[in-house]
Ligand binder design. Structure first.
Ligand SMILES: NC(=O)c1ccc[n+]([C@@H]2O[C@H](COP(=O)([O-])OP(=O)(O)OC[C@H]3O[C@@H](n4cnc5c(N)ncnc54)[C@H](O)[C@@H]3O)[C@@H](O)[C@H]2O)c1
Length: 433
């Protein structure tokens, strides 16, 4: 069995490492952060992800997953290194490849003393990055040549936060971009061993095509959401329930029912960042991506529409109390990156509203952005004496809310995710239905 090292201990890196170890591979992860080392040794992830902690505890106990401080040691003591570091956005929307570059340098320096290693880029990177940035950096710092001395692949990750363990163990397909045939063969062999009989289809292609698959996938999913939101905004004006419309539309075998739920828009660490990076990359080569720009524009407008709808119901917001239910960018995660709750709370504060919030998991993370708003331990506490309620995240527990609305001063409820059932006694309105 091949020995694996993983660079980057976020959602992708840690979940992949834990799942590889769960299937019996010897996995090394490295971090310079002693707090993270301590947590992982105790079988606890530094972030919330369903089903991850039991697997971590199991693989750490068995010794299949080891956390060490030295990256060089992790690379030298393994056969395959997966790069799963963050690739955030810069202020202009382009991709920040700082972590990718430093990882490539560290791998190159380690490979000076080793041949036959396979390096796999799992992070989402712009087309051309693996060939034009990762490959030359490893070659420069190792003095070795791709193809003859080491192999290089790009294998994008498609997991969903909140279902990351399940998705890692049950992907729809595996994409392998390869520097050369033997690198692709080695990675395919690893995946076949990892998935065994349940191995999904494996698609082999060039490095740049694999990078483009991931961007295209996220761009199409984001486009579906913005499309559903635009149709929802039109439906709202006609008094039509867009959910009824999309249910019928989604049954067409040429389409799919997924990602057609209209609402307050998409957030998270991937969709906005990847669509913006693709827009930026397209402009760099002289193409103006009008459709992708519109996808982002619709997404930016949805939170504003929510505030406008609120102002139609409460014309003077100054001094009012508004409860915001849901802070995470989606349910089943504590991740608030690019959450639609952020622009919504910011707009409310700009209008001198008293904001009281509740999220089952993400209160603490939001505190770093808005330290001075009221954080509540339950929906009812947040709703007490509120003049209005905005529902921003589709948490399962919000679907059961009922008598909790009774404690509101003014029972105006605007639902951005279609999770609340309209009931007598509340002034319920959907954002785009
Ligand atoms: N989160 C998702 O749902 C998801 C899904 C598919 C793909 N991706 C992509 O995978 C990549 C990682 O995403 P994530 O959500 O896991 O990110 P994350 O921000 O949760 O984690 C990134 C990790 O990399 C670490 N890191 C940064 N630089 C490092 C370095 N030089 N050496 C070692 N560690 C370093 C950070 O400390 C952090 O732990 C990104 O490119 C992202 O777009 C993410």
């Amino acid at each position: 069995m091949k020995r694996i090292s993983v660079i980057g201990m976020g959602f992708v890196g840690l979940v992949s490492a834990a799942c590889f170890a769960h299937k019996g591979f010897d996995v090394l992860v490295s971090t310079h952060d002693p707090k993270k080392v301590e947590m992982i040794h105790a079988g606890k992830a530094p972030f919330y992800e369903k089903d991850l902690n039991p697997i971590l505890a199991e693989v750490v106990k068995k010794g299949n997953l080891r956390v060490i401080a030295g990256r060089r040691e992790a690379i030298l003591d393994s056969d395959i290194t997966f790069i799963a570091v963050g690739t955030p956005s810069k202020a202009d929307g382009s991709i920040d490849l700082g972590f990718i570059k430093s990882s490539a340098k560290e791998i190159g320096e380690a490979l000076k003393d080793k041949d036959g290693h396979l390096v796999v880029v799992k992070s989402t990177v712009a087309p051309g990055t693996t060939e034009e940035i990762v490959k030359p950096a490893i070659e420069k710092y190792s003095g070795k040549e791709v193809g003859s001395d080491f192999g290089l692949c790009m294998s994008p990750e498609f997991l969903r936060e909140g279902n990351a363990v399940y998705d890692t163990l049950n992907p729809d397909r595996i994409v392998i971009g390869e520097s050369d045939k033997s690198a692709g063969d080695a990675l395919e062999e690893f995946y076949r061993e990892f998935y065994g009989e349940k191995c999904p289809p494996i698609l082999r292609m060039s490095l740049v095509a694999a990078e483009m698959v991931k961007y295209t996938s996220n761009a199409l999913l984001s486009t579906k959401i913005s499309f559903a939101n635009e149709i929802g905004n039109i439906c709202k004006e006609f008094g039509i329930d867009t959910y009824e419309v999309m249910r019928a539309v989604g049954m067409d075998h040429r389409l799919s029912p997924h990602f057609l739920r209209a609402g307050v828009g998409f957030g998270g660490s991937c969709f906005p960042k990847d669509v913006n990076a693709l827009i930026h990359k397209a402009k760099e080569i002289g193409y103006d991506p009008t459709l992708l720009k519109a996808v982002m524009n619709v997404n930016e407008e949805q939170p504003k529409r929510m505030i406008k709808l609120l102002e139609r119901k409460l014309p003077s917001l100054k001094g009012k109390k508004v409860a915001v239910l849901g802070l995470a960018f989606k349910n089943d995660t504590d991740d608030i990156r690019e959450s639609r709750a952020i622009p919504i709370i910011r707009m409310l504060l700009d209008k001198n509203v008293r904001v009281s919030v509740y999220d089952p998991l993400a209160n603490e993370n939001m505190r770093s952005i808005f330290p001075d708003i009221e954080y509540c331990t339950g929906a009812e506490e947040s709703l007490r004496n509120a003049d209005a309620c905005l529902v921003v995240t589709e948490w399962e527990e919000f679907k059961k809310l009922d008598h909790e609305f009774d404690v509101m001063k003014n029972k105006v409820v605007i639902d951005g995710r279609k999770v609340i059932s309209s009931r007598e006694g509340i002034d319920y309105d959907g954002l785009c239905w």
